[in-house]
Design a protein around this ligand. Structure first.
Ligand code: SAM
Ligand code: MG
Length: 221
């Protein structure tokens, strides 16, 4: 029977990564994507930027939009203490099933809460489902046309606090121009760009880090 790319990626993890060792899981996935098949993980080059933004933010609550095979979930949670609340959303059940096994192989299953469903449906339920008031760090890496509606939804649901950091992947490739316009012109965000390359390629891409400055009633959008 034919296997899917995520299944082959999982196979590479099971064969090449040490159980309970997140760094070896990341290395096995990067090696597979550099040598066997490209896949849409944030990857090693942008992953190093992600690591540094996560560490400087040192969040206690984290939301990830777009789990895929769990690469970035492992990448983020290997850096944070067990008490960190980490929720990742994935709408594709086949990807979610692979991600659970990748996360398990890394030994991070007790630190990661993977929820299946669409961001637009789940974001408004975060408070009720998890008792979370605000997220200190949000990683945007789902479909690019969801970036703008979802950052507005996070704001409308009151899930961003002063100092919350939203980090968005692939803002140049495939690109999220309306999202970039929004965070760069909004007075509620302070935004900066980290230049890099599309995962496992030399194509120009980057991450946008947008810090929430708090609600500004008196100011225009
Ligand atoms: N963050 C992952 C990593 O770096 O390892 C890669 C995520 S991949 C680029 C995007 C994923 O987002 C896909 O698995 C897709 O099914 C999922 N997705 C897209 N739109 C979504 C949405 N609105 N809600 C939940 N998941 C979504
Ligand atoms: Mg990405």
């Amino acid at each position: 029977t034919r296997t899917s790319r995520p299944q082959r990626l999982l196979q590479a993890v099971c064969i090449n990564a040490v159980r309970g060792n997140p760094d070896s899981v990341i290395a096995a996935i990067d090696h597979f994507c550099q040598n066997q098949e490209w896949a849409m993980n944030v990857g090693d080059e942008k992953g190093a930027i992600l690591d540094s933004v996560v560490m400087e933010t040192s969040p206690s609550t984290v939301l990830e939009l777009g789990t895929y095979c769990g690469y970035s979930a492992v990448r983020i949670m290997r850096l944070l203490p067990p008490a960190t609340r980490f929720i990742t959303l994935e709408m594709n059940p086949d990807y979610a099933a692979v991600a659970r096994q990748v996360i398990q192989h890394a030994g991070l299953q007790d630190k990661v809460c993977l929820v299946e469903g669409k961001s637009a449906d789940l974001i408004p339920k975060m408070a009720d489902m998890f008792g979370i008031r605000t997220f200190d760090f949000v990683f945007f890496d789902h479909w690019k046309d969801c970036y703008l509606p979802d950052i507005r939804l996070l704001e409308d649901c009151g899930l961003l606090d002063q100092g919350s950091v939203v980090l968005a992947d692939n803002v140049l490739c495939p690109g999220a121009p309306e999202y970039l316009d929004y965070v760069r012109s909004s007075l509620r965000f302070s935004s900066r760009f980290y230049r890099s390359h599309l995962e496992y390629t030399r194509v120009l891409d980057g991450l946008e880090r947008s810090e929430y400055l708090g609600h500004r009633d008196a100011q225009r959008d």
